[in-house]
Write a protein that binds this ligand. Sequence first.
Ligand code: UDP
Length: 313
Amino acid sequence: MRILITGGAGFIGSHLCDRLLAEGHEVIAMDNLSTGSIENIAHLAGHERFHFIKHDVTNYIYVPGPLDAVLHLASLPSPVDYLNYPIQTLKVGALGTHKTLGLALAKGARYLLASTSEVYGDPLVHPQHEDYWGNVNPVGPRGVYDESKRFAEALTMAYHRYHGVDTRIARIFNTYGPRMRSDDGRVVPNFICQALRGEPLTVYDDGSRTRSFCYVDDLVEGLLRLLFSDETRPVNLGNPQEMTILEFAHKVLEVTGSSSSIAFVHPTDERTKDDPKVRCPDITRAREVLGWEPKVSLEEGLRRTVEYFRGRV
Ligand code: UDP
């Protein structure tokens, strides 16, 4: 297949490029490099089935030749990024999704939207099943990301229903692994880099919020199974092993062997405003329809991720 991946130089996008190339596909990675990095795909330069186009997907997209699939991963998924670039976040979810859906329609390509667990907002149903409609504050600081993805899902379904585009929607929960940016502000790179530098781990508030962390290889496997399935309803992809952020901090200390302390900090900016108190995917649908569930343990995934950051800190 000839496949376009927007956000192809990003964390998850670049892993998808690797996997699709390894399976014999032709891959066109598109990225404006605002948060993605050329370093993530540098090893693919010169590969005969790999192409890179530097482009902002909120503008008209031109791709010569046929396309079998369009995977729309371009986004600003880190809270630090979407708080710094709120309008660009809304544009990539709205205009970028519109442009990529238009491209899929014109090329007769299958379309996969990388959506998010943030569509559930600060959830009142736990764990989150795909039929839950969510609890999002549209006017809060996180609203720019959450609503852009909710709009993206609505637009994807409109193209599916009205134009008959063959669409897939993946609701991606917290994912981690090599190629996350050390400065993207999320808890995994923050804690690992702090631990490796011997600095205190910055646990926000009392550390009682929960998250469930999925290793990137598991996530990529889930995305591919979804792409090649017939499932047009949204599918949660994430690891259902839930823990508090404080527990996670101790796990990072254990895996890194660091003697860093834990610092409870209370951010005064908007970073933790509307921060979901709990998050855990119900992956019944992914299990039943895709035969998928995560395989990589947190210890193993963290070990691989720590190795990556060790070379950078
Ligand atoms: N968090 C934290 N310390 C940090 C970074 C994040 O305690 O240095 C918390 C954050 O408030 C949230 C959780 O860790 O409750 C996960 O945050 P992240 O930004 O990784 O992703 P989110 O799930 O919020 O999108």
